[in-house]
Ligand binder design. Structure first.
Ligand SMILES: C[S@@+](CC[C@H](N)C(=O)[O-])C[C@H]1O[C@@H](n2cnc3c(N)ncnc32)[C@H](O)[C@@H]1O
Length: 166
């Protein structure tokens, strides 16, 4: 629904943003809210399994990877990395596969979200932090992945990557 984009605008960041999601209901809500923000904030229905639009800047993948199979995750991470320019960042927030109750609870919530149709698809595969790191390093990025669950019970992780050598 564009919450990240609206947070960036609220913080005074004016760069163009294109938000993608395969759920037309959420895109319609985002577009409605974006009317007050001018033409540089756009939202489009897009399936992450299809080719990403051309882009040269930063990319954020938010709570998405688990809805793709392993091959689709690898293709998306590579395509996203290719769109990160010299000053850009690739931000990946995801539930990751890891031992412990947080992972089990996050899986249960994903299952529930699909059952009540908050998400259109059920989760397919949860990658590990090491695997995501390997994919992005082999695509020429460097960065770190760390827990970002804060005070929530969820197994959320945040990766921030940039072009090697910066
Ligand atoms: C857990 S939600 C997280 C999004 C946001 N944090 C929210 O609460 O609306 C996962 C999002 O990924 C989207 N999604 C799932 N599979 C997708 C795909 N193949 N391509 C694009 N978006 C997808 C869903 O429609 C959903 O909006």
């Amino acid at each position: 629904m564009g919450l990240s984009a609206f947070c960036l605008r609220a913080r005074g960041l004016r760069f163009p943003i294109l938000g993608l999601d395969c759920d037309a209901r959420k895109i319609a809500i985002a577009r409605d809210a974006a009317r007050a923000h001018g033409p540089d904030l756009r939202f489009t229905v897009h399936d992450a399994r299809d080719q990403l639009p051309a882009h040269d800047g930063s990319v954020a993948l938010l709570d998405l990877l688990q809805y793709l199979d392993r091959g689709e995750q690898a293709a998306l991470l590579r395509a996203a990395a290719e769109r990160v320019n010299a000053d850009g960042r690739l931000v990946v927030r995801s539930t990751l596969r890891a031992p412990g109750w947080r992972y089990r609870l996050s899986r249960a919530v994903d299952w529930f979200s699909a059952a009540v149709r908050w998400t259109l698809d059920a989760a397919v595969a949860y990658p590990t932090a090491d695997w995501v790191q390997e994919q992005l390093e082999s695509a020429g990025l460097q960065g770190t992945i760390r827990p970002c669950w804060g005070r929530t019970p969820f197994n959320n992780w945040l990766g921030v990557f940039a072009r090697s050598g910066r």
